[in-house]
Design a protein. Structure first.
Length: 63
């Protein structure tokens, strides 16, 4: 329960603050999910690119 600066219960302000906090948490969660998806796609793309490339041996690199 939210209490104002004088220590009295203030449910209206508590609800308003709770909604704002909830929205901020949801936005942060959505950003994290989007970043994880982006990272997952990048990792997938990188592994596919590496599979197609032939391996270079040390002798070939020195020539």
């Amino acid at each position: 329960m939210y209490k104002n600066s004088e220590g009295y219960s203030d449910p209206t302000a508590g609800e308003a603050i709770g909604r704002i906090t909830g929205e901020e948490k949801k936005a942060r969660s959505d950003r994290r999910k989007a970043q994880r998806k982006k990272n997952r796609q990048a990792r997938s793309r990188n592994t596919r690119e590496h599979k197609d490339k032939p391996l270079r041996h040390k002798e070939e690199a020195d020539i």
